[in-house]
Design a protein around this ligand. Structure first.
Ligand SMILES: [Mn+2]
Length: 285
């Protein structure tokens, strides 16, 4: 029925949604039957509102995955159990693990959407290029994350100039402060599960202003995370708090029996710094 089904990662963020939509549009224009699907029952409210404010409705893509075998392309992640075959990966979370997918592109780029569009602008519409810049802003916390590549900043500036995009609107969208009115958000925001060898870990992150005043909120979150560790039999859970007032981060690592806290003087990148460091330790390479 489809040539390709495209998937972003579980609990998709703006980059996953935008990359999926853009790849669907691109492949459709190439004459392929491609369909981006979001199988998650719930999409993060913040992701929805950021996308909606740039004319993209992620809910349009929510649906159950077909039960028949299909060919899948993963964007913004590179591991997934599917009914059928993963035939392609386009990602920006380089790893020391190796894969044998027919097509595998995983590079140190600021966002997957940027990896798709940069240098291929002729294949995309103006609105799609703007969405790719939005995804880049959100994924790099408006260029404050360590994963930001200088050349992607240059590209963003060039595109904003060429197409007259509202740079400050895009920049503000990238700085989005997480709504923590429900303490569960510390567990669910940006929640990702990782299988590193035989090790099962998970992580989430939130972006807050004036983090000194949020200590009691973070304490409240602990019980949600401790339960999640038990229910999913995890070795550890990493909760990253970005301080958007000082542009630094705190990494809380929850183990079944203790918590460790590490302060970092910049906005850390989960995919580029935190997870690769754990990979190295767990795989002892
Ligand atoms: Mn991404």
């Amino acid at each position: 029925m489809y040539d390709y089904i495209i998937l972003g990662h579980q609990n998709p963020d703006v980059d996953s949604v935008v990359s999926g939509v853009l790849l669907e549009n691109y492949l459709t224009r190439q004459g392929k039957k491609a369909c981006f699907m979001i199988p998650d029952l719930k999409i993060d409210e913040e992701t929805i509102s950021i996308c909606m404010s740039f004319g993209l409705n992620p809910k349009k893509y929510q649906r159950k995955l077909p039960k028949e075998k299909n060919k899948y392309i993963l964007v913004d992640h590179h591991e997934r159990d599917v009914i059928g075959e993963v035939v392609g990966v386009i990602d920006h979370h380089p790893t020391i693990q190796t894969y044998s997918y027919p097509f595998y592109l995983n590079e140190n780029v600021s966002s997957t959407a940027c990896l798709l569009v940069k240098g291929n602008e002729d294949y995309y519409t103006k609105d799609e290029i703007q969405l790719a810049i939005l995804a880049t802003m959100v994924d790099t916390v408006s260029f404050h994350s360590m994963k930001t590549r200088d050349e992607d900043i240059t590209w963003t500036n060039e595109m904003c100039k060429k197409y007259n995009f509202d740079f400050s609107k895009l920049y503000q969208a990238g700085l989005a402060i997480t709504d923590i009115s429900s303490p569960e958000v510390f567990l669910t925001h940006g929640l990702k599960n990782y299988n590193i060898g035989d090790h099962h870990i998970a992580s989430s992150y939130v972006s807050l202003a004036n983090i000194e005043e949020k200590e009691s909120d973070i304490m409240l979150a602990s019980s949600y995370i401790e339960n999640y560790i038990k229910e999913n039999n995890l070795e550890r859970f990493i909760m990253i708090v970005h301080d958007m007032s000082k542009f630094c981060s705190t990494i809380f690592t929850y183990y079944p029996d203790r918590v460790s806290v590490e302060k970092v003087g910049h906005i850390v990148s989960r995919g580029r710094e935190v997870i690769p460091r754990i990979e190295k330790v767990l795989l002892k390479r």
